[in-house]
Ligand binder design. Structure first.
Ligand SMILES: [Zn+2]
Ligand SMILES: [Zn+2]
Length: 135
């Protein structure tokens, strides 16, 4: 049989909504609420915090960094536009169509793999690499 957590005399009829202790009457509740502390759930709070805290780094950040170091500076990209060899290659409508399909492809990886089967595209990318690597 339970007794009131406040006066320890009566049978408790109520339960404190905050800390869940039992009490018998409004008079006991008034005494209790001054010292009432919310129920703490330390383990759950800790788990929630670790889930929402940002991690110092993740795999995606590392990939982004690699992409960034692989990126060709703008002035070298502009050199591509000045290349007569590239312009000659791009006179080919089949190659232009191929480039357009890569540009609009949902999966660039798949589109690039398919394009690398095309000798014309390989020639184009070789030409681009020559220009980019020519210091
Ligand atoms: Zn009581
Ligand atoms: Zn309470």
């Amino acid at each position: 049989m339970q007794i009131c957590n406040v006066c320890s005399e009566q049978t408790p009829k109520y339960r404190c909504p905050t800390c869940k202790i039992r009490y018998c009457s409004l008079a006991c509740y008034k005494i209790h609420k001054d010292t009432c502390l919310p129920l703490t759930q330390p383990s759950r709070i800790t788990v929630d915090k670790t889930v929402t805290l940002p991690e110092p780094w993740n795999v995606e950040d590392l990939l982004d960094e690699d992409h960034y170091t692989d990126r060709v500076p703008l002035e070298i990209l502009q050199r591509l536009g000045e290349s007569q060899e590239l312009r000659d290659l791009l006179h080919n409508p089949h190659l232009r169509q191929l480039l357009r399909s890569i540009d609009t492809a949902d999966s660039k990886d798949d589109a690039m793999k398919a394009a690398m089967q095309e000798p014309l595209f390989v020639e184009l990318s070789d030409q681009c690499l020559q220009i980019v690597e020519n210091k």
